[in-house]
Design a protein. Sequence first.
Length: 176
Amino acid sequence: TPVTGAVNVLKGAIVTSDRIITVSQGYAWEITTVEGGYGLQDLLSSRKSVINGITNGINIDEWDPSKDEHIPFHYSLDDYSNKVKCKMALQKELGLPIRPECPMIGFIGRLDYQKGIDLIQTAGPDLMVDDIQFVMLGSGDPKCESWMRSMEETYRDKFRGWVGFNVPISHRITAG
């Protein structure tokens, strides 16, 4: 750089790349702002035509509920009858009241404000007024992890939070 005389390898990569791929469309936009560009926003803005955000996806074979090895019952687009059994098994596993008719919301992800956890924190108490159960799996910001534990203590029959990541549990939350 002209100021420090240091070489900025990231800047060089941005200038010479045919494509710049980010983890989401939102992040693709965010890196072109003053807040998210960390001094590279003008350069990134000038390269908007080659920046693409690709949202995380899943392996459809590994997550196919008709043959998923991590869930207790299998179901498909043609036969959903076992889906409620998956939810009931998850409720039992997590110590929630077994209520097949109760809607269940699941969240699997990083507990980070960038991922919108603040929206869940804001809505959480209002959601708990409704007849629902909420299951979360994730790790990240220690304050978010503490919030999740607090929600579980406050709403024992409605909320479960799992700090960390566990592949089998993530499959069972999705199936439930």
